[in-house]
Design a binder for this molecule. Sequence first.
Ligand code: FEO
Ligand code: CA
Ligand code: CA
Ligand code: CA
Length: 577
Amino acid sequence: AMAVSQATTLMGFENIPTSTADEVSLPAGYTYDILMSWGDPVLDGAPKFSRSNSAEDQAGQFGDNTDGMELYHVTRADGSIDPNHAVLAVNSEYYNDEFIFEHGEAAKTAEDVRKGIYAHGITVVEVERKRNGTWQIKKGAPMNRRLHGYAEFELTGPVAGSDYVKTNADATGRKVLGTFNNCGAGRTPWGTYLTCEENFNGYFGAPEGTALTEAHKRYGLSKNGFGYNWWPHEDRFNLAKEPNEPNRHGWIVEIDPMDPTSTPKKRTALGRFKHENAAMTINKDGRAVVYMGDDERGEFIYKFVSRDTYDADNRERNMRLLEQGTLYVAKFHDGGMGEWIELSYGRNGLTRENGFESEADVLVRARAAATFVGATTMDRPEWVACHPSSPMVFCTLTNNKNRGVKDNQPVGGPNPRAENHFGQIVRWMPENRDHSSDRFGWDLYAVAGNPETQTGLYAGSDNVTAENMFNSPDGLVFDQFGRLWIQTDGNYSNEGIFAGQGNNQMLCGDPVTGHIRRFMVGPQGCEITGITFSDDHRTAFVGIQHPGNAWPNTDKDGVPRSSIVAIRREDGGIIGA
Ligand code: FEO
Ligand code: CA
Ligand code: CA
Ligand code: CA
């Protein structure tokens, strides 16, 4: 009833119908261009995309499977912000064997492995708006950069230099090569980019007979990994030779997109897990607070609170804000209350007697620490989003077939459905509007479902209708006006319990009235993930990951290419208004 009984003034476009077409659908009056596709040349000298590109070619091109991204406008010499010139930082989460290699199978040669590693990581690229409103990347521009699996990263915070992160290649435990499976993103008010290492475990492997530890297993490390086949070619991915290498991955990484000579920092104080994204807000006491989801069935939602405070006039100080602070994990109680439990060595039973050795150990094994203190197992926490002007926080819980099936994942609280195939969005408000409070109140903003094929809770909440239904909410970002943009990574069969839901899509929610309208439908097979805006909010950059067919059809060899689209209004107006 919520959706029909109240008006929303936040959205000025009409809900669009679902679609199964191999194209991008938008509301009337909107248009889009392709900004950049996998393989487009970014660095000087890089060639145009071809399926036969070499590893070295890929090292200078946009990586594959675009995901989280953020845009940073350039400051002119006179101190003003240039509305038409910006730097885009964007993640490439992984690659698809069948498209990246001409032989179409997992990496066979050392060259294959190098190409795959170069297809990962972050692309930093200058972009420019032309007079007609379209945006173009500036190939070879001074701030362009590829931070791939061979780039150098620095570990910072309590884990840096500890025995857990020392390897044969790096006895200091501070210098890491590469970042992998960069999923969602975040930004800081001091202009840095946060990139989030998610399913890093899949790149590791080991010969038969290798004994893996409990800590390895908790993070999904296995002898075969995801079948990438990198470990026979590079020792760092071989768990038998380098059992500590995976401890150097699974972190939030901070990058200064405006300084191409800077070394990105892995922020160990924020905990090691399969990071989806990082949603930062500045608390009313000035401390930086980062909310984070661990995207796996039955894993947790975390909060980091910095030790020091943000100073708008001291960027150098802010650049160290994520080095020290306190990590917490969420416990949701039935009835709408919740608490944050501190994950610090020596607190809440995280002691030597209980198997925790040090602060570094607690952070490296954050999952084990969170389980020990009794955190609430969630339905795959994906993106978190902080409202721009209120302390409300939202998080997508994408789906969880194990809910109510596995022992430690009971039905209840914010995870109300067994074998949850549709997902939901939880939100919370910190006690006293203070993000550092140990208590919060929560409710469910939306329960995705199918009112056409399902009944009861599986039909979805009142704000989910036959017209706007969706499954598996994943990407979640507030724009500066408080519109909640919801992106899906779900079942696009359009059949059975998903009949009528079409391809993956992006919706827009009013966080107060609960209204949700479908804004965009993606091409076949894709998920929609990653969104950022120009400062004037007249362009939205949106990621189309793993399209299934030949989309976007910008070359002749029929290879689908993950791409970023730049969405505009034909009348030049604000996106969504
Ligand atoms: Fe990379 Fe959880 O999505
Ligand atoms: Ca995701
Ligand atoms: Ca997902
Ligand atoms: Ca994905």
